[in-house]
Ligand binder design. Structure first.
Ligand code: FES
Length: 186
């Protein structure tokens, strides 16, 4: 509701009318100023929040090696290196992994830690088995548990191949559901 001001003698006084054209101009100018302020303040804020995420995704990938280093059908132990050298506290340690070249451009990158209590497993090519040195855990060449107390198959890393180089990403657990998909379709 429009409130009317009072004059010195108590009479009601209407505020000066603003021409519609001028009001529109004011609205446009104010909108422009607010947009400019949002841009000046918002851009650095967006960069502040987005850059760490970008760096994190870059750090996520470890260089495992050139594809030629992994003969088809063989399992090889490799020290995967972080893509960029990061200083503390972002330092990404080197990670030892086992790589199985399954052929046709498909790989399995195993986490070397036994899924029982984490002892590093050893691949024995003669036996065609991974052996845990701690409590008798045994895994087949696909990481499935054959013996001992491990509760699930060997964990794996997601991987990608770019320009002839194999990269390892995040580690994941192989659940029963994933097992089937990974072993039969990947
Ligand atoms: S840590 Fe591998 S069987 Fe216990």
């Amino acid at each position: 509701m429009e409130r009317k001001a009072s004059g010195p003698l108590g009479e009601s006084v209407s505020p000066p009318a603003v021409a519609p054209g001028r009001r529109r101009l004011l609205t446009v100018v104010l909108g422009g100023i607010l947009t400019a302020i949002a841009g000046v303040v918002g851009a650095p804020l967006a960069a502040f929040f987005a850059l760490p995420a970008l760096r994190l995704s870059e750090r996520r990938w470890l260089e495992v090696g050139r594809l030629a280093e992994f003969p088809e059908g063989e399992i090889k132990k490799v020290l995967a290196r972080p893509l960029t050298a990061q200083a503390w506290p972002y330092e990404t340690p080197r990670v030892t992994v086992y790589v199985l070249n399954r052929g046709a451009g498909k790989f399995t990158v195993f986490n070397i830690h036994c899924t029982h209590v984490g002892c590093p497993v050893r691949w024995n090519p003669q036996a065609g088995r991974f052996f845990s040195p701690c409590h008798g855990g045994v895994f087949d060449r696909d990481g499935r548990v054959l013996a001992g107390p491990p509760p699930r198959p060997l964990d794996r890393y997601e991987y990608k191949v770019e320009k002839g180089v194999l990269y390892a990403g995040r580690a994941y657990k192989v659940t029963e559901r994933l097992e089937f998909r990974e072993w039969h379709h990947a």
